[in-house]
Write a protein that binds this ligand. Structure first.
Ligand code: NAP
Length: 252
């Protein structure tokens, strides 16, 4: 028996990156996982296959977020709608749209549609299905704590996600549902590894990280799994930094 045996979970953006590892970890703990994806059908199928090969239960659900009807499409793909839902991980996100000088209203609207509006209305739609003891976990970013001029609109959206986390935790506590966020720092995954090959970048980030290395997807997935478990039943409305202490301050 795993810690999440009998639970039904949805992980958005689970075709690759951190989301894939979260889906695999929740499934390893016993949850049946809906692996949400948008463009990466083959990658989502690989995630599902890896989970099944490890003895877990999963199925893929396609929905482009940030477009009209996005949440309807995702909900239609959930097989366990009538049976209820226990865990929602809002992980899918559009990447930063650049510094203010080159950002555009269209990119800004897209960023907020995918990173803020979609998680909010997805929560609205899953709430009637969510059982006592439910878990909502939103994936934020250190961008809300550390100013990065290339990520202003992205950070604004993640800050909105954190505020939503705080207010919904208060609203949903009486139903026994916790709402928390996890904030990764620089996290190298099999899908974004090329980014960290820029000369000096990995060394610079490592030098700014208390725990002295880049993050891995499982560093984040393990924190999500903890929040999803009964061990975290008394934690709600919180943002857990999962960055290894990125930009904490001066290092010895
Ligand atoms: P990633 O590799 O870029 O993967 C993004 C995932 O989101 C993919 O599964 C993608 O689906 C999905 N997605 C993107 N836009 C979508 C849309 N419009 N509709 C539906 N799905 C969409 O991301 P990651 O690096 O693993 O990051 C995961 C989370 O951690 C995000 O919330 C990100 O902001 C946060 N984070 C990451 C880092 C980092 O260093 N990696 C740092 C801080 C925070 P398809 O590929 O199927 O289209």
């Amino acid at each position: 028996m795993g810690k999440l045996t009998g639970k039904a979970a949805v992980v958005t953006g689970a075709s690759r990156g951190i989301g894939r590892t979260i889906a695999q970890r929740l499934a390893a703990d016993g949850a049946e996982v809906a692996v949400h994806y948008s463009t990466g059908e083959a990658a989502a199928d690989e995630t599902v296959a890896a989970i099944r090969a490890a003895g877990g239960r999963a199925f893929a659900v396609r929905a482009e977020l940030g477009v009209a009807g996005d949440v309807d499409t995702l909900m239609a793909g959930l097989e366990h709608g009538s049976a209820g839902l226990d865990i929602l991980v809002n992980n899918a996100a559009a990447p930063p749209a650049g510094p203010i000088g080159t950002d555009t209203p269209e990119r800004f609207d897209h960023l907020f549609a995918v990173n803020v509006k979609a998680p909010y209305f997805l929560i609205q739609r899953v709430l009637p299905l969510m059982r006592e003891g439910g878990r909502i976990i939103n994936v934020s970013s250190v961008a809300t704590r550390v100013a990065n001029p290339g990520q202003t609109s992205f950070a604004m959206g993640k800050a909105a996600l954190e505020t939503m986390t705080f207010t919904l935790a208060s609203a949903l506590g009486r139903r026994g549902i916790t709402v928390n966020a996890v904030a990764p720092g620089a996290t190298r995954t099999t899908d974004n590894a090329a980014v960290f090959e820029a000369p000096g970048l990995a060394e610079f980030i490592t030098g700014q990280t208390a725990l002295d290395r880049l993050g891995r997807a499982d560093d984040v997935a393990d924190v999500v799994a903890f929040l999803a478990s009964d061990d975290a039943r008394w934690i709600t409305g919180q943002v857990l930094d999962a960055s290894g202490g990125l930009h904490l301050g001066l290092r010895a």
